[in-house]
Design a protein around this ligand. Structure first.
Ligand SMILES: [Zn+2]
Length: 392
């Protein structure tokens, strides 16, 4: 018996924003929600207790990384991810497809699935819609995703169509395969279609019509300009069934979170808040600051004056600046905690605004206050991270 349900608690009268409640075997999630990414079954440098204190409701873990190391079979022997990583709240695992396409070497794509070489040791692996269901059942997350193809940006309309059609066939195979692994897990469908509005709509209708209790939008935020992503979402959302939760995969900077909610999305995940924190980028209502900057050397106030996170309640900006400049381990933890709490506080603020019927005003005010990082800076960071990944 599935213990999964989704109810809509309130809808914005002016936009597509909605507030909802998701029930999972490991607890309740109130939406809109930001989900931190715990790639290796850990949100880097932050313990489960600290995640709880930051009011994290659900985390995402990466199937690709965990199947390669330590192995899904081993995690199953420890009772699944929840027990293995000492996190008793909801978990979502992706299918591994996205990482195969971005990290795996010598990929070989066929109708059957995708074969690749591990980026760790060069060993050969294959993912199919069927074995991904088995691997994810071993990991034991509450919400799981089927194998899909994430087309790269830019991509020709022909390649986009081909990737979408294979993704659709794999979605049907995943639905059949998951019957073999009885569990309390809930399988979401993934909408693809790359950067073609018509394909996106077609995919939303097709995947939305299959018996998936929830839907994810994949293949966005892969290097395209933000405006293009939001344009596509304006085509996609009206085609999605209303009563299912919607997860915008891999999107989760503060400004994208606030904007995406207005386009009808409920769940967001992104490694960005913890990743930029480790590099000195901390969120405030006025935008991202660089805590390593000299202007914080003598700051007596916390990073953000009225932030209720553990870091801001206990430390002044000057100390955080000192830790960051010295490359101290404690900095990674304190910086990550601040950004996580910022995103979770933003989740509850968005929800409260939707319930109060003031989301549109909240969004407009937030976006005038919050100065986002420019596309140019973003591009530079992406290049840096790509280079770092190549050296893994
Ligand atoms: Zn804080």
């Amino acid at each position: 018996m599935s213990q999964f349900s989704f109810t809509i608690d309130a809808e914005c009268p002016e936009t597509w924003a909605r507030a909802g409640t998701i029930q999972t075997p490991h607890g309740t999630i109130q939406t809109p929600i930001f989900m931190p990414v715990g790639t290796q079954a850990t949100v880097k440098s932050v313990s489960a207790e600290e995640l709880r204190e930051a009011r994290v409701a659900i985390i995402l873990a990466n199937t690709y990384h965990l199947m390669l190391r330590p192995g899904s079979q081993l995690i199953a022997e420890f009772g699944g991810l929840h027990r293995f990583m000492h996190w008793d709240g909801p978990i979502l695992t992706d299918s591994g497809g996205f990482q195969v396409f971005s990290l795996g070497h010598l990929r070989k794509l066929s109708e059957e699935g995708v074969a690749f070489k591990s980026h760790l040791d060069g060993s050969l692996h294959q993912l199919t819609p069927e074995n991904v269901m088995e691997i994810e059942s071993q990991l034991g997350a509450d919400i799981i995703l089927p194998l899909d193809i994430c087309a790269s940006y830019p991509c020709t309309p022909e390649a986009a169509k081909e990737a979408m059609e294979v993704t659709h066939r794999w979605a049907e195979r995943a639905l059949i395969a998951r019957e073999r692994f009885p569990s309390g897990q809930t399988l979401f469908g993934i909408v693809q279609g790359a950067f073609e509005a018509e394909l996106r709509q077609q995919s939303a209708r097709f995947i939305g019509g299959l018996p998936f209790p929830g839907l994810a939008i994949g293949g966005l935020s892969v290097g395209e300009p933000k405006a293009e992503m939001w344009d596509l979402m304006r085509y996609v959302t009206p085609e999605l069934p209303k009563g299912k939760p919607r997860h915008l995969l891999g999107v989760g900077s503060p400004e994208d979170f606030v904007t995406g909610v207005g386009l009808g999305m409920d769940m967001f995940d992104c490694a960005l808040p913890t990743r930029v924190a480790r590099h000195g980028g901390l969120f405030t209502r006025y935008g991202r600051i660089n805590i390593k900057s000299a202007r914080y050397r003598t700051g007596h106030a916390p990073i953000e004056e009225d932030c209720d996170c553990y870091t801001c309640r206990n430390y002044c900006a000057a100390y955080i600046h000192h830790l960051a400049r010295s490359g101290e381990q404690l900095y990674y933890r304190l910086g990550s905690i601040h950004n996580l709490r910022y995103m979770l506080r933003l989740s509850s603020q968005l929800r409260a605004a939707i319930i109060a019927g003031t989301y549109a005003a909240f969004r407009n005010y937030f976006l005038t206050q919050y100065i986002p990082t420019s596309e140019q800076v973003r591009e530079k960071q992406r290049e840096k991270w790509k280079a770092a990944r190549r050296n893994l």
